[in-house]
Design a protein around this ligand. Structure first.
Ligand code: VGL
Ligand code: ZN
Length: 203
């Protein structure tokens, strides 16, 4: 029997309508996500968790604006509105999500100078979050990814998961995208090429 976990990425207030970095329809996925959580043995959630003044915030790089790019020490970095600040309401997991069954809540993006889209490696592509080791220690070989946003944190996590040898599926119907400058098509193509199984459809 292949042991399997559902990884619910960043379903936090700030990524839902009304939040600081709202993903269109971000909260629409919650009812079906809850039904899926209820029938899954092992549930892991991630939580984007930035210190105030984080280096991924446009406000830390005047006169830059949100959605501009900068060259960070580790490469290109998109700048975002201030979001998911540690301890804020916006950083909380959405109250309608059934978070109680989460066996692990993995926080990421907590280092001042590095962003982390992926649940496995930070944006320098070297710093590990520890998730691969956790999954291996628990004999989990297959994962399904859902959550926000399809083309950033979910896609980066999926690409790292296959590269780490996990059997990896993404439930597109349980994600919603930011779609910045073609990022959705670009990441869907990269995931297909890498061997991520794409299941379901975006609206
Ligand atoms: C995310 C941009 C910045 C995400 C997080 O969860 O997809 N996107 N921080
Ligand atoms: Zn973030």
């Amino acid at each position: 029997m292949v042991r399997h976990a559902l990884i619910v990425v960043d379903v936090q207030n700030d990524f839902c309508p009304g939040g600081a970095l709202a993903v269109k329809g971000g909260d629409e996925i919650i009812p079906l996500l809850n039904a899926t959580i209820a029938e899954t043995d092992h549930v892991i959630m991630t939580q984007d968790w930035h210190p105030a003044g984080h280096s991924s915030f446009a406000s830390s790089h005047p006169p830059k604006s949100a959605f501009d790019n900068i060259m960070a020490s580790y490469g290109q970095q998109t700048l975002w509105p201030d979001h998911c600040v540690q301890g804020s309401k916006g950083a909380e997991i959405h109250p309608k999500l059934n978070w109680k069954r989460a066996e692990l809540v993995l926080r990421k993006g907590f280092r001042q100078g590095i962003d982390s889209y992926s649940a496995f490696f930070e944006n320098d592509r070297k710093t590990k979050t520890g998730l691969a080791g956790y999954l291996r220690d628990r004999d989990i070989q297959a994962i399904t990814l859902a959550g926000l946003a399809t083309d950033f944190c979910v896609a980066y996590s999926a690409l790292d998961a296959v590269a780490q040898g996990f059997q990896t599926r993404i439930r597109l119907d349980l994600t919603r995208a930011i779609d910045l400058d073609g990022s959705l098509d670009n990441m869907l193509n990269q995931m297909r090429a890498a061997g991520v199984e794409l299941v379901g459809n975006l609206p």
